[in-house]
Design a protein. Structure first.
Length: 706
């Protein structure tokens, strides 16, 4: 799927500007707060508020047109044009009404707080991928052939979603929820040097009965005999969150401090996860996924059904016992003053998911046929277990995905940080190192199908299998220094430096410090449109069946022999820091760690001030600042460069061997880095050329008065 490798510009890909979108965000927030001092020992804070949050997309294409994705003949993007796939009707309007009241009073050594925080959240969510139609062609030649007048040459794939409302209008989901929170806390100063804080919070979501019924769904039987109802709201399940924390100045001399705590913490998931059920119920939208059957047409309504019952669709459903996500957190730290005015800190943090969220496709068969050969993962004989037979009908529909959202108590993270800091008269210096590990169930996203289908897996994609988190950064070093001096009664100059070294995290391009090696194509036939099958790393040439790249009838021909392909693939594996150490294994999710980026940021600030009163800090100040982000790159163009991967989908599934001694084994090709010029893939990493790898400067002017 092109979604697995993106529609962004690259060394061999260039989408049209019109295939993008503009994101609009309009927020209005009103808060009123009343603070009341009842007595010297009691106070109250009352807060009411209303927020109107409006998020919506605008298509950049100047006209209504289907989206066309064209690949380069090797399964990689070449270009895209037309209406962006996920933007038509895409909006999220949120109205939040909030009321909170916090009462505090002091009793001896106790500071007691209790109160309530309540939210009523109302949403209007619009989302229907491929509403204008999406065509995918394996090559530019394939597109030209299909677009020719009178052509019968189909696209490799065609996707369409369509409204099934009576008047044909675009349906919106309108879920709402009332969230009530109650809490009580006591801050107890047991000794002058020991403080204990403990409390309890209770959160209860009350979902409104605004999920549209589909009377045909409860009669269907899905995987493991499950029956589901898209019109049923989740139960009200309270989350109890006890917490405790302490701070101990060991000898009451501010030399050694021990601090820590533990507790449960809860919060609402992204509301789109809940509204997925309201939007995908088989009543509001239908969908079409057609392989090698639809000829290209610029008319977005060419294949849109105009009448009849909704007999083909996917559904999303939330487990009836679903609870808001909840995590157990524990931390322990020690701060110690050392000789030479040094302060040493050692801190550890551990978190464990109590109510994590996982997504399962309950319309996926539970059993299948193992592949022949070393990679004997299960291949499903069909990706749907509930398909209309003898002609689909409303009561006997053809169900695509049936994604169930439910809780699991799986997932954890921990980190340890060691830090040294010292303050001189005008100089402050600090250095810290952090080691961390993080494993979770899903990799994030908004749609249920994406949350299920884009998580890289080794076997059954419904298994609640832990893998390294996208945000896993195993090592991080950070150091800083700042110097400030005042002189001549009216001037002050400050110089600050921040140094950071860690595996490259490129947030501006949604690239993480880790990556997964996955196949191009659906090796296990689970029906996922994303490349989510982790690769098996061959030990030697006999461990894999290699064939030339199948370009799908395009003009590019791969004439490499199996021996040549193996020589190139083997060379790539040998130079890769992860693959070379894990031959004969299935790659782990996010097992590949990026090379380190080392970056230094500089700040120079000049203050010009005039004292305006008798107090030392009463002054008017004109502040001029100059910042250089990644200053090393300004000095030397080879410094401060982030790294990213050339490709992580290095093997393309080309079908099963049907005859001979290798019958039943999967065939794979080793796609070119550049298919047009037939340049082989030889190295894992390349320089990232975006803003993160470039120096940037900015000048600021502020006027401060006191």
């Amino acid at each position: 799927s092109i979604n697995s490798v993106g529609r962004t510009a690259g060394t061999s890909a260039m989408p049209f500007y019109g295939s993008g979108y503009a994101q609009n965000n309009n927020f209005k927030v009103y808060i009123a707060e009343l603070n009341t001092r009842i007595s010297n020992q009691a106070s109250n804070k009352l807060q009411v508020g209303y927020s109107a949050l409006r998020d919506y997309r605008a298509l950049l294409s100047p006209q209504v047109f289907p989206l066309v994705d064209i690949l380069d003949g090797s399964g990689n993007p070449f270009t895209s044009f037309g209406n962006e796939q996920f933007s038509f009707g895409n909006l999220l309007s949120t109205d939040i009404y909030q009321l909170s009241d916090i009462f505090s009073f002091y009793k001896g050594r106790h500071e007691i707080t209790f109160g309530t925080q309540n939210y009523y959240r109302k949403y209007k969510n619009g989302f229907s991928p491929s509403y204008q139609g999406v065509y995918r062609f394996n090559s530019l030649a394939d597109f030209y052939a299909s677009a020719a007048p009178g052509s019968t040459r189909p696209a490799a794939r065609y996707d369409l979603s369509y409204a099934f409302s009576k008047d044909g209008s675009f349906p919106f989901a309108t879920p709402s929820v009332f969230e009530m929170g109650l809490f009580a806390q006591d801050k107890w100063r047991i000794l002058p040097n020991l403080t204990l804080t403990y409390g309890l919070r209770v959160d209860m979501p009350f979902f409104q009965a605004e999920f549209t019924e589909n009377p045909n769904i409860p009669a269907l039987t899905f995987r493991d005999g499950k029956h589901v109802d898209v019109g049923q709201k989740p139960k009200t399940s309270p989350n109890l969150s006890p917490r405790v924390g302490f701070n101990w100045d060991v000898k009451n001399d501010q030399v050694t401090q021990i601090r820590g705590g533990a507790g449960l913490f809860s919060g609402p998931p992204p509301i789109v996860w809940i509204s997925n059920q309201a939007s995908n119920n088989g009543v509001q939208f239908g969908s079409i996924i057609a392989l090698n059957s639809n000829v290209f047409s610029p008319d977005v309504n060419k294949y849109r059904p105009t009448s009849g019952s909704n007999t083909a669709y996917s559904i999303n459903v939330t487990d009836n016992n679903f609870r808001y996500p909840q995590v157990l957190k524990a931390t322990l730290a020690i701060d110690r003053k050392l000789p030479g005015n040094l302060v040493f800190t050692l801190e550890g943090n551990f978190s464990k998911d109590v109510n994590n969220v996982n997504f399962e496709n309950i319309n996926l068969p539970k059993t299948g046929t193992p592949l022949a050969g070393s990679d004997n993962r299960i291949r499903y004989s069909a990706n749907k277990i509930y398909a209309g037979t003898g002609g689909a009908s409303a009561t006997n529909p053809n169900i695509g995905n049936a994604i169930l959202m439910k809780n699991y108590s799986k997932g954890f993270a921990y980190y340890a940080t060691a830090q040294l800091q010292r303050t001189f008269r005008n100089l402050y210096v600090n250095a810290a190192y952090t080691f961390s590990t993080s494993k979770d169930l899903n990799i994030g996203g908004s749609t249920a199908a994406t949350l299920w289908g884009s998580r890289p897996v080794t076997g059954d994609p419904n298994t609640a299998e832990l893998g390294f988190s996208n945000f896993y950064v195993p090592h991080r070093v950070i150091a800083s220094a700042s110097y400030r001096v005042e002189y001549a009664k009216h001037f002050a100059t400050s110089i600050g430096l921040i140094f950071e070294a860690s595996p490259s995290v490129i947030a501006e391009a949604s690239l993480f410090a880790v990556a997964s090696y996955v196949y191009i194509g659906d090796v296990n036939n689970d029906g996922s449109s994303s490349a989510n099958d982790l690769i098996y790393i061959p030990k030697d040439q006999s461990d894999i069946v290699l064939v030339p790249v199948n370009t799908g009838g395009g003009t590019i021909t791969d004439r490499r022999t199996a021996d040549v392909i193996w020589t190139q693939l083997n060379g790539y594996i040998n130079q890769d820091p992860y693959l070379s150490k894990h031959r004969g294994e299935v790659a782990k999710r996010n097992g590949l760690v990026m090379p380190w980026q080392k970056r230094l940021d500089l700040n120079i600030t000049q203050d010009i001030f005039v004292k305006t009163g008798k107090k030392e800090d009463t002054r008017h100040t004109l502040r001029i600042s100059f910042d250089v982000i990644n200053v090393g790159n300004m000095v030397n163009k080879n410094w401060g460069i982030a790294k990213t991967t050339n490709a992580t989908n290095i093997l393309k599934y080309e079908g099963l061997v049907t005859t001979g001694v290798d019958a039943g084994k999967p065939r794979f090709s080793f796609p070119y880095l550049n298919a047009t010029n037939q340049v082989p893939l030889t190295s894992t990493f390349k320089d990232y050329t975006g803003l993160l790898s470039r120096w940037q400067g900015q000048v600021g002017i502020r006027y401060l008065f006191n």
